[in-house]
Design a protein around this ligand. Structure first.
Ligand SMILES: O=C(O)C(=O)CO
Length: 258
């Protein structure tokens, strides 16, 4: 039903610190895709070799350090520079998506003005990397547990920004964990976002562990996702509470429709 992409910064740490070895461990556990946080601290040539050797696709590259793809409140230049560096690595690794975030916003202004400023910045960002083949996906994050102080915490506001940017190379990352922690209605948010959802991530809530460790009804949520028309990869961005290869089993079965 869905292609699953375990996050190699969080899963398969049993294989050691090397991103390349974690890709091999993910392949051995039956995956043909992985996602990662940023390139910092990773041996990119070794990672590329492991991806090629296993045939595993890197679905998305996230922000690490956290500010790399987030908007600094005043001078936005570091964001565009981060994008240049990110695109270079993503192209080398054959990764089609870069995850971007709002950062903490542009203090002391009306929320609506801040959302409109995000539209302006990401419109420039998309133009800045035009022709790269990379899609930027904007991720709202929960401010209740993981990211207090972040500007963008509502899926509908990320959708508003994506509508404003209005580019085939820009969309929304719908993280079902963040959305659940924020108390959103998954079906309603997915219906409103429609085809603007260009990547999905999951973790259970509460606790951000593997599916089955919290109280989300995964069979129901995967059906919701399927009915929404989303057919892309699903990133497993969770902190395993048990051995990685065991932690993925339930969601592998559900995603395969078993
Ligand atoms: O930083 C986080 O919490 C994320 O979800 C990144 O995707």
């Amino acid at each position: 039903m869905f292609q699953l992409a375990p996050n190699i910064d969080l899963l398969f740490s049993e294989a050691g610190d090397s991103a390349a070895d974690r890709v091999r461990a993910a392949a051995a556990a039956g995956f043909d895709a992985v996602e990662m946080w940023g390139p910092t601290g990773k041996d990119i040539p070794a990672l590329k070799e492991a991806l090629q050797e296993t045939g595993v696709q890197l679905t998305a590259q996230l922000a690490e350090p956290r500010m790399q793809f987030m908007i600094p409140p005043k001078n936005h230049e570091p964001f565009y520079e981060g994008l240049d560096a990110g695109v270079k690595v993503a192209q080398e690794l054959g990764c089609p998506r870069i995850v971007v975030g709002s950062g903490t916003g542009f203090g002391g202004r009306k929320r609506q003005d801040q959302l409109d400023e995000l539209i302006e910045i990401f419109t420039k960002g998309v133009a800045h990397i035009e022709g790269s083949g990379i899609t930027l996906v904007l991720e709202p994050v929960n401010i209740r547990v993981d990211h207090p102080g972040a500007l963008l915490d509502r899926t509908s506001e990320a959708v508003y920004v994506a509508r404003g940017v209005d580019s085939p190379n820009f969309g929304v990352l719908y993280d079902l964990y963040h959305s659940t922690v924020e108390g959103e209605d998954v079906v309603a948010e997915l219906a409103n976002a429609g085809r603007l959802v260009k990547y999905v991530q999951i973790a259970d809530a509460p606790g951000r562990g593997e599916p089955g460790s919290g109280s989300i009804d995964w069979a129901a949520r995967l059906t919701d996702l399927q009915h929404s028309g989303y057919a892309g990869p699903v990133g497993l961005e969770y902190y395993p509470t048990i051995e990685s290869a065991k932690s993925v089993r339930r969601i592998q079965e559900l995603a395969a429709g078993r």
